[in-house]
Design a protein around this ligand. Structure first.
Ligand SMILES: Cc1cc2nc3c(=O)[nH]c(=O)nc-3n(C[C@H](O)[C@H](O)[C@H](O)COP(=O)(O)OP(=O)(O)OC[C@H]3O[C@@H](n4cnc5c(N)ncnc54)[C@H](O)[C@@H]3O)c2cc1C
Length: 449
């Protein structure tokens, strides 16, 4: 059993790790450098701030790997999932949250937990190994925008150069500036969300000519300049800027975020749109909407000019414009053991996006595990669960030579031993995972008694 846990970084992973460790009876000191020192993407001093989209993606725990991860985390008593459920906004089959309400609630819960002390300061170096009776361990959960001094200290101790790639942020628009004589509310295939809403998205239709003009405008727009080191850094495919997607193929956005399927324009029901731009609710009040898939590195003035050519967005007012950021992560398959501890310094654990998972919930999931492991509960979850599959991938399954950040997906799970029809395979994976998750949780409870 660990005596005390220091956690560096109060984002998605660090907040979840602190909660888990404290709930298992271990005192925690949580260090967060904001608001004293900011990052290129965070806007507030709040814990668990969402820096871009407000969506935790699909909440379908019967057919989707991310929805399954949600459910497993709920069963593990996740703070992030509990507060997401409490602050969700309509988003079809996805779990999306009011970002401020969510962050405030996570922070309030952590502040109210007697075993957690929150210190607002930047940690610039790593502690020496604790040989004393206290057995203090440390979790590094400083995310893709780890401050430079700490990045340097991590580089020195791992002996590895950090890898890097880019993510881009999508713009957010005020709903009351959208022209609903052209746009309409509808979820794809009228899919009902957890709150029973079937019309969660705002849709803006484009005909062929409008689509081609938009692609031309995006391709011609001025983008943020790259520095030399940035030119050598690859994008992660899951978060491509829309104009880079268009560069790869003019039709690519039409088969991605702008696909015109499952939607009928009530203003013109007999004419099928060539492409559709969707906006998803961004706050509980329903006053802000982000443009789905429109992460961009276009310069701010260019974003306004280009996006206002979309039907319905001609008068759009922007609450936040898109942007570009660097993302750093360590080579986990080479450096970490199966409890997220550094092989060369087992008192140091890593959690969150810095371990090479990708996404809010995947980051929180690695926080959840690191927090539990730091209390001395060292049995990893079975690889048949979403938590176990992701952990297994980053610490053992992935090839260290080509390691790239990863979302949770069924490709990371061991094949199902029974022959299951293709149409039922995802359900079979999910059922097996939840059974194994319950078994793992009860074994951990018995072991602790
Ligand atoms: C701009 C951007 C957009 C993204 N968009 C999405 C998205 O739309 N959807 C999605 O699923 N994922 C997205 N991601 C990826 C990822 O899910 C998020 O970065 C997520 O917040 C990662 O969680 P984390 O806890 O690992 O890091 P964070 O949430 O970033 O938390 C790390 C915390 O550590 C603090 N910190 C850093 N250095 C120090 C230090 N030295 N001392 C003390 N505190 C420190 C930071 O202030 C921060 O609060 C995005 C990432 C970025 C950077």
């Amino acid at each position: 059993m660990s005596g005390k846990v220091n956690i560096i970084g109060g984002g998605l992973a660090g907040s979840e790790a602190a909660w888990q460790a404290a709930r298992l009876g271990v005192p925690v000191v949580l260090y967060e450098m904001r608001p004293e020192r900011g990052t290129d993407a965070h806007l507030t001093g709040g814990l668990a701030e969402l820096v871009c989209s407000n969506s935790f993606r699909s909440d379908d725990s019967e057919r989707s790997a991310i929805g399954l991860l949600h459910e497993e985390m709920r069963r593990c008593g996740s703070l992030i999932l509990a507060m997401a459920d409490a602050h969700k906004v309509p988003a079809g089959g996805a779990l999306a949250v009011d970002r401020d309400g969510f962050s405030d609630a996570v922070q309030a819960a952590l502040e109210a937990e007697p075993l957690i002390e929150i210190r607002r300061e930047e940690v610039c170096g790593l502690p020496a190994a604790d040989q004393g009776p206290d057995r203090t361990s440390t979790i590094i959960a400083t995310g893709p925008l780890t401050s430079p001094a700490l990045s340097e200290a991590i580089g020195a101790i791992t002996g590895e150069d950090s890898l890097a790639f880019f993510d881009a942020i999508a713009p957010i628009i005020y709903k009351d500036s959208i022209d609903f004589s052209k746009a309409w509310m509808q979820s794809r295939y009228d899919k009902e969300g957890p709150a029973g809403d079937a019309a969660a998205y705002i849709n803006c239709p484009l005909d062929e000519q409008g689509y081609e003009a938009l692609i031309d405008a995006m391709l011609a727009a001025d983008t943020t300049e790259f520095k030399q080191w940035e030119k050598d850094t690859p994008y992660f495919d899951g978060c491509l800027p829309i104009e880079v997607m268009a560069e790869r193929g003019r039709e690519t956005p039409r088969y991605g975020p702008m696909k015109p399927v499952g939607l009928t324009n009530p203003h013109n029901p007999t004419v099928k749109a060539h492409a559709i731009v969707q906006l998803r609710q961004d706050n509980a009040l329903g006053t802000l909407y982000n443009i789905v898939g429109f992460q961009t590195k276009m310069k701010h003035g260019e974003q306004v000019r280009v996006l206002q050519t979309i039907p319905g967005l001609e008068q759009a007012r922007f609450a936040r414009l898109g942007g570009l950021h660097r993302n750093s992560f360590i080579n986990s398959p080479k450096l970490l053991d199966e409890t997220l501890a550094l092989r060369s310094r087992p008192d140091l654990r890593f959690a969150g996006q810095i371990t090479g998972v990708e996404g809010y919930i995947e980051s929180a999931a690695m926080g959840l595990l690191a927090g539990r492991f730091a209390t001395g509960r060292l049995a990893p979850p079975p690889p048949t669960t979403a938590l176990g599959a992701l952990l297994n991938h980053i610490t053992q399954g992935a090839d260290a030579a080509t390691f790239q950040p990863m979302n949770v997906n069924f490709g990371l799970f061991p094949p199902h031993p029974e022959r299951v029809k293709k149409a039922l395979r995802k359900q079979a994976y999910c059922q097996r995972a939840l059974t194994d998750m319950d078994g793992w949780l009860s074994a951990a409870t018995i072991a602790a008694e």
